[in-house]
Design a protein around this ligand. Sequence first.
Ligand code: TRP
Length: 343
Amino acid sequence: MTKQVILTGIRANNDLHIGNYFGAMLPIIDMAKTRSDEFDINLFIPDLHSFTTPIDHSTLNESIMNNARVFVAAGLPLDNDAIHLYRQSYVPAHSELTWIADCFTGMGEMGRMIQYKEKSYKSGEDQVSVGLFNYPVLMACDILLYNAAYVPVGDDQTQHLEFTRDIAERMNNRFGEVFTVPEPVVRQHAFFGKDQGLRIKDLLDPSKKMSKSDETGKGVIFLSDDPEVARKKIMGATTDDKANIQYDKVNQPGIANLIDILALLRNTSPLEVEAEFKGSQRYGDFKQVVADEMAEFLRSFQERLQSVDDQLILHKLETSEAAMNDVANSTLLRVQRAIGLRA
Ligand code: TRP
């Protein structure tokens, strides 16, 4: 009996910030560790997705490696055989199957993808690449190649997951059972528990989530920030004039955000943090505590990152990639046969 597969990707060309770290990376690592007895866990770096919009290619290779390093520094074990860590472009079947699936995908259904519409609306249709347009097809193939059942993704990826189910069902209906259809979105949510994507907010504008696209960088704490710089960012965080520390996301979003951040740093709950500081009027003192603990977190994280062993990572990547090529190629061959490319 082969185990069911849980699969997810984290983009490589991100300047990772604490929102990514606490909201996405830690939960994924935790999931990988706790579910790996029962499931195969596929974690991959979607490097082929990283230039659907223009990037600096001179740093791409380094940022792919760094992505893996950050996972390891954050606690991803390299010695667990049920956890597979691989680079998408090292498994050529992803590109190969994407071409095939492209030919069974409608222009209209890709044009309706919200993420595409948003990005192309900003820059105009002629400025966006065909890669951005059909990237949901590549994403679907990332999932279908490994017969994955569960795919933890944020809300912004829900539509892409639904498309994955659509294309799988469409091709199954036409050619027989070539693909495993991933579980529907509601079942995904039930399976992974929590409302996915706890969101840390921007420090200067707590009405929006922390995002690398913030132009000033002052509202965002990057994992690579100098601890002293991060300290200043916390001290400069927007709060309010109520002079009362309490966990009220609606009326005091800035303070609530700092409470969330401190709770994450301490691995405790916001209510516990609130209880400790409740009623205090001195935002400066509270910020000082958050700033100190943030600086300490970054210092120790950066130290772990420095000491990560690249050779161990490369060995893990290569071992996983060999195994993943076997799985992916067998799915690809099944499809090639089904559509008449192979006898
Ligand atoms: N598109 C995802 C994101 O932007 C990353 C991704 C690519 C992915 N392929 C995937 C996630 C397959 C889950 C499964 O976050």
